[in-house]
Design a protein around this ligand. Structure first.
Ligand SMILES: Nc1ncnc2c1ncn2[C@@H]1O[C@H](COP(=O)(O)OP(=O)(O)OP(=O)(O)O)[C@@H](O)[C@H]1O
Ligand SMILES: [Mg+2]
Length: 311
């Protein structure tokens, strides 16, 4: 149930967004504890995940405030007013971001500093990285000579597909396409250095941008374990990256032989518990902050939000 004055706008894989009936430029984003893998939402949630995603994004939005316009809502009064309503759900505390509504670009701005995931698969098949020349002999965990921008589409449903720069230009224009690439790489390099200082390798990440007040703004979530691969730095040197993200879920799902189509298999408690630990650990390691100090409470049941989880 949403608080009075808000109406459901969109149910994503992980986030529910709400419009305010009177404040048109406000978008309320609630990060639930839902988790998806291979573009399918699991039927179980990961305790505390929505709080981690919100806390981490908030940290990075602040870090990047000198680099790029952010979606953060400038006026606190409206947030305080909504939060003080009697019908404000307790599960929203610590999971909610009050942001400016942007006109989102239909491009996911992926940047890769290391070879992994679909980038590795493409390299093994084509010896390039989505069409971009690479030296021979790279493998999982190889550092690329410089960050590579590998944008994808933002599919309404199903899988996001790789886009060439010409396709990006076709979607957003030449000037904006180049600026998205430049900004994505700049933010990646800044984040990579900050992560490295905490003993973490940022292997890759995905940014989303939109237009707010005629300017390109950083939107959505930023450098979370849902949108990024984080590796223990010392393990990368040994070619066996220890991952602080949802790779443990992907690995478990691969082992089950699941066909990656709904319905998803029910997740064992051990996998769910590991995900909670991994998500909160990476938050605490990267920010130096304690999750306990972030608003909201550790709950014994996951918050699954507005999505119909029946299959
Ligand atoms: N400032 C913003 N203004 C408008 N839309 C935004 C803003 N920030 C994020 N969004 C959109 O809100 C949604 C967040 O939901 P979520 O990340 O769960 O969706 P998703 O599963 O990744 O994608 P889909 O939209 O395909 O369901 C995304 O569609 C994202 O593009
Ligand atoms: Mg998303």
């Amino acid at each position: 149930m949403n608080p009075a004055g808000l109406e459901l706008n969109h149910v994503g894989k992980v986030r529910d967004t709400y419009n305010h009936l009177d404040v048109a430029d406000l978008l309320v984003i609630v990060a639930t504890d839902r988790i998806s893998a291979f573009d399918v939402v699991m039927s179980d949630g990961v305790l505390d995940k929505g709080r981690v995603l919100s806390a981490m994004s908030s940290f990075w939005f602040e870090r990047f405030s000198g680099q790029v316009k952010s979606q953060s809502y400038p006026k606190d009064e409206i947030r305080l007013e909504i939060e003080s309503q009697a019908d404000y759900p307790s599960a929203w505390v610590g999971r909610t971001s009050f942001v400016r509504r942007a006109e989102m670009f239909p491009v996911e701005c992926v940047v890769r500093g290391y070879l992994a995931g679909s980038g590795l698969k493409d390299y093994q098949e084509t010896k390039k990285l989505f069409g971009i020349e690479q030296p021979p002999g790279l493998r999982l965990g190889s550092r690329l000579s410089e960050p590579v921008f590998t944008p994808t589409s933002k599919a309404e449903s199903g899988h996001d597909e790789p886009l060439s720069m010409d396709e990006v230009y076709g979607l957003v224009g030449h000037e904006v396409g180049d600026e998205l690439e430049r900004l994505s790489k700049e933010l990646f390099l800044k984040a990579e250095a900050a992560c490295f200082g905490a003993g973490i390798v940022l292997a890759d990440t995905k940014f989303e941008f939109g237009i707010i007040d005629g300017e390109i703004a950083l939107c959505d979530e930023v450098l979370t374990p849902d949108s990024s691969r984080f590796w223990e730095a010392s393990s990368v040197a040994l070619w066996n990256p220890v991952q602080f993200d949802k790779q443990i879920l992907r690995d478990w799902l691969e082992e089950t032989g699941w066909n990656k189509m709904p319905p998803p298999p029910q997740l064992p408690v051990s996998v769910l518990a590991s995900l909670t630990v991994v998500y909160s650990d990476i938050y605490e390691r990267l920010t130096g902050l304690a999750l306990d100090d972030w608003p909201g409470e550790h709950s014994s049941s996951a918050y699954l939000g507005e999505r119909d989880m029946s299959f």
